[in-house]
Design a protein. Structure first.
Length: 281
């Protein structure tokens, strides 16, 4: 019995027991503990303080769109190494194996309570959701498909910004995605942005901020540069809630703050309000 117990402890200490999950969840915000099963039942929302943890792209899809309605775009698209950044290919392969994704965004068509949409979900597990050539191309193609087929776009953002490993190529994606959004808007298409934690850098400075309706989850980080960089530049102390969703809402940058449990219903309501309940994808 003691030998079995020792083997379990040794595996956990060495990080080799992949199936092990601690029974309790400790919230990084309120520092309180609750059963992990309850935290995951609430889709990674703390039952004590309403902290919204991060979701993978697949998890987000499963709780947002209608069952079996999602059809993915450009699933096999992969980044190259345009500026020969050292070990970039190796890092990419490791992340593909760990996340089962080929890059930091998943795009496709789906329905939300019957309303057809083109949807994109960024995944922070893949290089912190950074935007490189593939992320920019997939998002631009998603908007082009939506424009051609008169469909609305719902984009869940979660990013650390542009991907430094692709240099100027990553920065070019800001213009490309913004241009695709503009063409979609000119054609009369609806675009809803849902900002999740965190939405920063070049993603905030491009397509994430161009939604007709901008939604954020509670207390998520939204901004361009980091707090320390800004304080060092302007030599002033920033408010404690600076760059949180509630601060952005007060300043008019965010239109709505919506809890995760209500997100699907709110999106459905907005889509039907704009006449997308009877159209076919």
């Amino acid at each position: 019995m003691f030998e079995d117990f020792f083997d379990v402890v040794k595996k956990r200490f060495n990080g080799s027991d992949d199936d092990y999950k601690p029974p309790m969840f400790k919230c990084p915000r309120c520092q309180d503990t609750s059963p992990l099963s309850r935290y995951e039942e609430l889709h990674r929302v703390c039952p004590k303080c309403n902290y919204h943890g991060r979701l993978s792209a697949r998890e987000r899809i499963s709780i947002t769109v209608d069952k079996e309605s999602f059809k993915e775009f450009d699933k096999d698209m992969k980044s190259l190494n345009p500026i020969d950044f050292p070990d970039y290919e190796i890092k990419q392969e490791e992340l593909r194996e760990a996340t089962e994704l080929n890059d930091a965004v998943v795009t496709g068509t789906a329905t939300i309570k019957g309303s057809p949409v083109v949807i994109g979900i960024m995944d922070s597990r893949y290089m912190m959701g950074s935007m490189g050539s593939v992320v920019g191309e997939k998002i631009a193609r998603a908007f082009e498909y939506a424009t051609e087929n008169c469909l609305p776009v719902v984009m869940f953002t979660a990013s650390g910004g542009a991907r430094m490993q692709e240099g100027i190529v990553s920065l070019m994606q800001m213009a490309k995605t913004s241009g695709a959004v503009k063409l979609h808007s000119d054609a009369g298409g609806l675009y809803i942005t849902v900002m999740t934690d965190p939405t920063t850098g070049g993603v905030t400075a491009s397509f994430a901020s161009l939604g007709d309706i901008i939604i954020a989850e509670p207390k998520v980080l939204i901004g361009f540069a980091g707090r320390r960089v800004i304080e060092g530049t302007i030599r002033q102390r920033l408010p404690e809630d600076f760059q949180l969703a509630e601060f952005m809402h007060d300043k008019g940058f965010v239109d709505m703050i919506v809890e995760r449990r209500k997100m699907r219903s709110v999106l459905s309501h907005l889509l039907k309000l704009h006449g997308y309940d009877k159209k076919e994808a």
